[in-house]
Structure formats: structure tokens, C-alpha cells
Design a protein around this ligand. Structure first.
Ligand code: SF4
Length: 336
């Protein structure tokens, strides 16, 4: 067991990527990077991390910002609840922890948007607490090295992997150990075609011996994707375009075209008698949902939207408003 940690850490020292959040012990910066990287690849996350650090160099500045500025900076990253939780948690730290970032796993876990993985990452990277991280990369490495067939999407499996991660972690260098195992999963033990010949733990990997690499990790069920059908009404003239603010769901507090949601891609009955200048269809995939979106360009807003809370935004001011990636892409693709 001790060999596992030693071997991955020796490998990490020689092979790890240089990333800005690895050079700091500041829990605020580490937290920010972890939230950005929750559903985002490192290459894409880097620019957002830099932008956040230069706009909000410390926790108090983030807590004192307004949510719309944070959503604006987040635009394009998706999973906007992460940005809203960042803002909420920054205020939680100000109010509940006197503005000082909590310095242990249990307190960090109380922050909104922080789960077991993120709390283990922050507490080990910033405070040297010996908590094993378990993310997708770690599940893959551990399930292969120890040839474990417990499903990673059931609590029985999750408990086993978490216990193993805590057993394996180096008590003297927990931060380096956690970084190393995640880096190994990201760079070497990839989901398909892992680079076993370059792997520092290939001498102890049971999945190689048992020829089970492609069957690890095990999941009990396939992800069920929900189809959603969004019909957006686009009304734009020389003075600007009409948008509405969302008050719920994944795009809460962001801006979109007035929306009708139905059960199919067919033209909604409410729009059948209205002249449509242009129709544009696209698909947008989220982790558990597939949005089938149709944008209908019209010269005036249909009556049924009259009671909605709408605003007209001059074209030149659009960048002040946080827009979901789907809306942003439409605006890039279509000449209004
Ligand atoms: S030897 Fe191959 S399968 Fe095993 S941990 Fe290393 S990269 Fe993954």
C-alpha cells in the first residue's frame, strides 16, 4: 500500500502539468479552481480561473460582488449553479466563519456547492489534512489497480472507494498524493486506451493481470437522458432585442429569449397562426438532459407573452447580461 503512494508521487514530481492553483496554498484560490473544474476540462478552466482571480482577488471581493457580475464572468462554462453556489458560499464564509476560509474537511463540507470530493481536495491541498479525494479519475485508477468491481454509482461502491482512498493516502504528503492520483487518471489511466506502459503502478495493477481494464470502473445503470423541447421567440429590431430573466432551473438569474416549453419539437399550437420570418434549430447537451431548441424570429412578440417580465436590451449592451451558452451560440450563428 505504501508503495502505491510512493510510486505515484515520484511519477507526479517528474510528470505533472504546471497549473496555477497547484502553486498556491490559498484555500480561496484552490476552492475557486476546484469549483471551476467540477464539470470543466483544465484547458477551458484556466482562462476562467485567471479571469476570476483578477476580478475577485480575494474572498471578500467575491462576497461583495453582485450575482449578475459573477454569472457574466461564468458565461460559457455551463452548469451555472456552480457560479451561484460560489457566491452563496463566499457570503457563508463571511457570515458564519468571520470571513476566514474554514480550515478543516468537516467545516469546508458545510459550504454550499462543496461535496465530499471538493472538501477533501481543499482540506488536503490547503491545510495538509489526510483525506483521500475520490473523483472520476480516482475511481478509474483505484478500480483498475485493485480490480474492484463494486459499482461506483451505488453507495456501497462509493463507501468502499472512499475508504480505500483514505487508507492509501500518504500521511506525510497528502496534498501531493491526491494531486498525483488525479493526474495519473487524467494523463495515463484514461478511460479508453490507458498508457499502461508509462504507468508508475503497472507492476501492481490487477486489471492488467486479470484483463479487466476495459470493464473498470463498473456502473450499475446507464445514465438516463431527459429530452426537453424549448421554443424561443426572437424579436429584434434596430433598438435591441427582447429577453426575459429566468427565475428558476439551471439558468436561474440568466437571460434568454421568451420561452415556450412543450413536449415535442413540433411548432407549438399557440404560434401556428403567427408569421415566422426565420426558424433555427439546434441541440444542446447537458449532463442529464438534451435540449431540442427552436428559435423563431418574428417581427413582434405574440400576445401570449405580454404578461411576462421582459426587457429590451440594446444590441451594444448585450454583453452585460449573462446568457446561457445555447443563447450565446445562436447569437453567434445567426445574423439578426
Ligand atoms: S497499469 Fe494501466 S490500467 Fe493499470 S492503473 Fe496504470 S494505466 Fe491504469
Amino acid at each position: 500500500m505504501a508503495d502505491f503512494s510512493l510510486q505515484i508521487r515520484n511519477w507526479y514530481r517528474l510528470n505533472s502539468r504546471e497549473l496555477p492553483w497547484r502553486k498556491t496554498k490559498d484555500p480561496y484560490k484552490i476552492w475557486l479552481s476546484e469549483i471551476i473544474l467540477q464539470q470543466t476540462k483544465v484547458d477551458q478552466g484556466l482562462a476562467y480561473y485567471d479571469r476570476f482571480i483578477s476580478s475577485f482577488p480575494d474572498l471578500r471581493m467575491l462576497a461583495e460582488a453582485n450575482e449578475q457580475d459573477i454569472l457574466n464572468l461564468w458565461q460559457g462554462l455551463g452548469y451555472y449553479s456552480r457560479a451561484r453556489n460560489l457566491y452563496f458560499a463566499a457570503n457563508q464564509i463571511v457570515n458564519d466563519f468571520n470571513g476566514v476560509f474554514p480550515d478543516n474537511y468537516n467545516d469546508i463540507l458545510k459550504l454550499k456547492g462543496v461535496g465530499e470530493y471538493t472538501a477533501a481536495a481543499i482540506s488536503s491541498f490547503a491545510f495538509g489534512e489526510a483525506r483521500g479525494v475520490v473523483d472520476g479519475n480516482v475511481y478509474r485508477v483505484l478500480s483498475r489497480v485493485f480490480d474492484i468491481d463494486d459499482p461506483i454509482d451505488l453507495s456501497r461502491g462509493q463507501k468502499r472507494f472512499s475508504a480505500l482512498a483514505n487508507e492509501l493516502i500518504s500521511k506525510t504528503s497528502p496534498a501531493e498524493h491526491n494531486q498525483a492520483i488525479m493526474e495519473l487518471g487524467a494523463m495515463i489511466c484514461k478511460p479508453s486506451r490507458p498508457k499502461c506502459e508509462a504507468c508508475p503502478v503497472n507492476n501492481m495493477c490487477l486489471a492488467i493481470a486479470n484483463k479487466t481494464i476495459n470493464e473498470r470502473p463498473v456502473k450499475s445503470k446507464k445514465l438516463k437522458i431527459q429530452d426537453l423541447f424549448f421554443h424561443f421567440i426572437v424579436v429584434s429590431d434596430d433598438n435591441g432585442l427582447i429577453l426575459e430573466k429566468r427565475h428558476d432551473g439551471i439558468w436561474k438569474n440568466m437571460f434568454q429569449f421568451p420561452l415556450l416549453e412543450t413536449k415535442s419539437m413540433e411548432l407549438p399550437s399557440q404560434l401556428k397562426k403567427i408569421y415566422i420570418e426565420q426558424e433555427y434549430r439546434t441541440k444542446h447537451n447537458l449532463s442529464h438532459r438534451r435540449i431540442h431548441a427552436t428559435f423563431y424570429k418574428m417581427s413582434a412578440l405574440p400576445k401570449l407573452f405580454e404578461r411576462r417580465e421582459l426587457i429590451k436590451i440594446p444590441h451594444g449592451e448585450l454583453e452585460k447580461y449573462p446568457l446561457p451558452r445555447l443563447i450565446d451560440r445562436y447569437l453567434e450563428d445567426v445574423d439578426l
